[in-house]
Design a protein around this ligand. Structure first.
Ligand code: GRF
Length: 210
């Protein structure tokens, strides 16, 4: 059975969705860079090991990345899942986990990388918005796309209302992507996403529901 580690910084609702999805793998640990991350309590209550690697306790990014990698490697994971992890990771860290590091970003990449994606989507007037699960590569919010979930942008939406609609899709697509990986069907090959034996092609748009 494959093992995975989840990295969080705060609320941890994507982590909850993954832990609740009864996936065919073992969550070896949830690691936060913030001691007060709400998601830590949920993970502990489920009997998952938790750890904090506080970025404020390290002199620079390289030192933080090294401490984080040391904590992750103690659990020998097959997959590292960034779930609302709000620190930029250095290139060395990203390369260390090449092909086994995934992230969720709250937009239909490559549109709206970075922060404040929902406000940016409203300002741009897009009619479809959503979220993307991707393998992590050294460039921020860029990397081979595994799956996307789309939602409509509706008249009168505020950034918060739109964020909630997108988050519901995140909770569908992230467990799905992690499941594919744990089943041994999803991999990165020469920089491209490969998914074995599923009618749903990688990068498929999950249609809005409801
Ligand atoms: C999500 O919107 C995720 O896409 C983004 O940060 C948010 C984290 O939410 N990267 P949660 O901590 O999983 O509830």
């Amino acid at each position: 059975m494959k093992r995975y580690v989840i990295l969080i910084s705060g609320r941890g609702s994507n982590m909850e969705a993954i832990l609740a999805a009864d996936l065919p793998g073992r969550c070896a640990a949830v690691v936060s860079n913030r001691p007060g991350a709400a998601g830590l309590a949920y993970a502990a209550a489920r009997g998952v090991a938790t750890a904090v690697v506080d970025h404020k306790a390290h002199a620079d990014r390289a030192a933080f990345d090294a401490a984080l990698a040391a904590e992750i490697d103690r659990h020998a994971p097959d997959l590292v899942v960034l779930a609302g992890f709000m620190r930029v990771l250095g290139d060395d860290f990203v390369r260390r986990y090449d092909g086994r590091l995934v992230n969720i970003h709250p937009s239909l990449l490559p549109s709206f990388p970075g922060l404040h994606t929902h406000a940016a989507a409203l300002a741009a007037g897009v009619k479809l918005h959503g979220a993307t699960v991707h393998f992590v590569t050294p460039s921020l919010d860029c990397g081979p796309i595994i799956i996307q979930g789309a939602v409509p942008v509706l008249a009168g939406d505020t950034a918060d209302v739109l964020a909630a609609r997108v988050l519901a899709q995140e909770h569908v697509i992230y467990p799905q992507a992690v499941r594919w990986f744990l089943e041994g069907r999803l991999r990165l090959a020469n920089g491209c996403v490969r998914l074995d034996g599923d009618a749903t092609a990688p990068g498929a748009l999950v249609a809005p529901t409801g």
